[in-house]
Design a protein around this ligand. Structure first.
Ligand code: NAD
Length: 407
């Protein structure tokens, strides 16, 4: 990815608290870029409209110009968007992800010293979620009970596909869960490459293949195939471990695993989602990069975020690693209950900006923001979401928190 020294970055301000966090986040990023590179690099922010603001000004929630701007400039950033009710749009976020085919949602999960956590060893958390973004039950293929096409589809399933009637009472609504080989492979490939680039020890495939064998189970198998075929030199899989164990015994399998670890290979393993939700709370250090399908990824993302201070400080990015398109975004919603009050934590959007700087290769600026935030948290200066859980901490408004980071 070649980024000019003076790039234009389109941004969507966002609904609700979007207005509160957008400006302060940009100020922090600008300050870090200036500290890192002086006058030799600078971002020009270009506002593009979406959501309520777009509707007020243009009569549509997602103007074509907005999508075009993200295509033209490749990299963008956005605040949260409220899903319009009754507009025939499932979600503006989904529309963006599908238009640009942003097939991975990346969410790093790291803890800042001083931030309250419900787990015992938060400092051991260094996880990176790779959630598939375009398939699964979230593809939006749903059939509502009573509709003609639902009846037809039900008849087809019963008459042509031999599905037992008892499983489909006439009052059923249903949805389709497409999981493709290509979709699984590009997700897992991105996760493995990310682990290799960053020297991370493992990739865990999180799935419900024990129950949904031909969708979630296929995702697991395709992922193992990909690791063994395309990354044979750089990975060692649990499937290989099991094979050695069966053919040569436990001792040889253990030896092979130890040798792979010693060689710095990425260990590719799998875990069933329900077990993973427990596992990640009890032994977070056992999981480094997590590759998972859309629905499970949604659940896993918020649980892991809660381990390190919640969605107010958890960043995210939607990326197509093949085309380079990337939109960095706050992971929380529009928080209408606190919009305009100065209570919103801009941390999630600021850290999404850090991910953006890293993606651009502007690592020095990214480190400045990260270090400064660490410094502010260590001094127990926080916004209201964290303040309530931290006795004796100093309460800052959204803007004051950004100023403290800049200072
Ligand atoms: P939410 O994330 O907006 O709020 C959940 C809770 O977390 C609220 O109590 C809120 O005050 C708090 N919170 C969220 N972000 C915070 C922050 N930065 N600082 C402090 N507190 C914060 O979730 P919701 O209430 O379920 O959704 C509200 C709207 O947001 C809905 O319209 C939903 O569709 C939309 N939404 C958008 C996105 C997105 O754009 N990526 C994601 C989730 C929800």
């Amino acid at each position: 990815l070649v980024v000019p020294d003076f790039p234009t970055i389109p941004f969507i301000e966002g609904d609700g608290i979007g207005k509160d966090i957008s400006g302060p986040s940009q100020r922090v990023i600008d300050a870090a870029v200036s500290k890192a590179y002086g006058d030799s690099r600078k971002i020009t922010w270009k506002e593009v409209l979406a959501g309520e603001k777009a509707f007020r000004e243009t009569g549509t929630y997602m103007p074509d110009e907005t999508l075009e701007a993200f295509k033209e400039y490749l990299i963008g950033i956005k605040g949260p968007l409220q899903t319009p009710v009754g507009e025939g749009i499932r979600s503006l976020n989904v529309a963006l992800r599908q238009t640009l085919d942003l097939y991975v949602c990346v969410r790093p999960v790291r803890w800042f010293k001083g931030v309250p956590s419900p787990i015992r060893y938060p400092s051991m958390v260094d996880m990176h979620i790779f959630r598939e973004n375009t398939e699964d039950i979230y593809a939006g293929i749903e059939y509502m009970t009573g509709e003609e096409k639902t009846k037809k589809f039900r008849d087809f399933l019963i008459n042509e596909m031999g599905v037992d009637k008892i499983r489909f009472p006439e009052s059923s609504s249903f949805g389709i869960k497409p999981i493709s080989k290509d979709g699984s492979e590009r997700l897992t490939k991105a996760a493995i490459e990310y682990a290799i680039e960053r020297n991370l020890p493992s990739v865990t495939i999180v799935h419900k293949g024990n129950i949904m064998k031909f969708t979630e189970g296929a995702f697991k198998n395709w992922s193992y195939d990909l690791a063994e075929n395309e990354f044979a030199e750089q990975t060692f899989t649990w499937r290989e471990f099991e094979k050695i164990k069966k053919e040569k015994g436990q001792l040889d399998a253990d030896k092979a695993l130890e040798a792979a670890k010693k060689d710095g290979k990425v260990i590719v393993k799998d875990c069933i989602t329900d077990a993973f939700l427990q596992e990640s709370l009890l032994h977070p250090w056992d999981h480094s990069v997590i590759a998972t399908m859309n629905l499970n990824g949604d659940y896993v993302s918020d649980q892991l975020a809660a381990m390190v201070g919640g969605i107010g400080i958890s960043p995210g990015a939607n990326i197509n690693y093949l085309s380079g398109y990337a939109i960095f975004e706050a992971t929380h919603g529009t928080a209408p209950n606190i919009a305009g009050t100065g209570k919103a934590n801009p941390g999630s959007l600021i850290l999404s900006g850090v991910m953006m700087l890293e993606y651009m290769g502007w690592d020095k600026a990214a480190e400045h923001v990260y270090d400064a935030m660490e410094h502010v948290f260590a001094r127990r200066k926080v916004t209201s979401d964290l303040h309530a859980q931290m006795e004796g901490a100093t309460l800052l408004t959204t803007s004051e928190f950004a100023d403290a980071i800049i200072k």
